[in-house]
Design a protein around this ligand. Structure first.
Ligand SMILES: *[C@@H]1O[C@H](CO)[C@@H](O)[C@H](O)[C@H]1NC(C)=O
Ligand SMILES: *[C@@H]1O[C@H](CO)[C@@H](O)[C@H](O)[C@H]1NC(C)=O
Length: 228
């Protein structure tokens, strides 16, 4: 009896912690975000527009028919449709992006702190991959999973893990991506580590990467282009 009770508590706790691992569920039909660029209060998410003032355009976005400008050192461009572009997404726990890749263009290693990502290739060939975290089972510690994708192939990148996509074809590529957050966030690894403002002290980076100070200086001196 007591064991069953403890087990029930454990399962309920686990289930509720799983639910809180993603964006919280909405408590009303919708909560269209108001443009809060000048807000004097800050809340977790965005505050709701008066439902009487909501129109169909609050749930609408157009422009994903246009290819992104890939003229940058990475040869890729992410065009996001999250709560910042589409206010009707507020509290709904979902968003999407279009990604354009020039021939041999790269969407460099990055993570989304708040979302799992599911990608479908629309055009071209993509070599994609993600790396597992490090405290896991030693057999799967920092394990790289990769796949070559062709049009209509689908791949999922689990929440928070470092991942990338590389166009291995001689032609451009296009993918669309669904993300399990209204505001997934993106941390581009190289930019965050070597391009932070102010810079991470070189003593920290020389020890972390086990390289000479000049190597760190060289990397910190690069222009870390952002494709977002
Ligand atoms: C994209 O769609 C809009 C209408 O929603 C249209 O005006 C525009 O010409 C289209 N652009 C391209 C590149 O197809
Ligand atoms: C694409 O971006 C490059 C570099 O920022 C810029 O020079 C070029 O004018 C852009 N092309 C278009 C079509 O916007």
């Amino acid at each position: 009896m007591a064991i069953r009770f403890v087990l029930t508590i454990a399962i309920v706790t686990l289930a509720s912690s799983l639910a809180y691992a993603s964006d919280p569920s909405p408590l009303q039909d919708f909560c269209v975000a108001v443009d809060d660029a000048k807000a004097s209060v800050f809340v977790n998410g965005k505050i709701c527009k008066d439902p009487k003032m909501v129109t169909a355009d609050d749930f609408f976005f157009s422009g994903l028919n246009k290819s992104g400008n890939t003229s940058n050192p990475l040869g890729s461009r992410v065009t996001a449709v999250n709560v910042n572009q589409l206010p009707g997404l507020n509290t709904l726990g979902i968003s999407l992006v279009r990604i354009d890749y020039a021939p041999y263009g790269l969407n460099p290693p990055h993570t989304h702190p708040r979302a799992t990502e599911i990608l479908v290739v629309v055009e071209g060939t993509l070599y994609v991959g993600f790396v597992t975290s490090n405290p896991a089972n030693p057999n799967i510690k920092n394990k790289l999973f990769t796949k070559t994708l062709y049009p209509r192939d689908v791949f999922v990148f689990p929440e928070g893990l470092i991942h990338f996509q590389f166009n291995t074809g001689k032609t451009k590529a296009v993918a669309f991506v669904g993300l399990s957050s209204q505001n997934p966030g993106v941390i581009t690894i190289a930019n965050a580590v070597f391009g932070s403002n102010p810079p991470i002290p070189s003593d920290v980076l020389t020890k972390a990467f086990q390289v000479d100070k000049n190597v760190v200086k060289y990397l910190q001196g690069q222009f870390w282009s952002d494709n977002n």
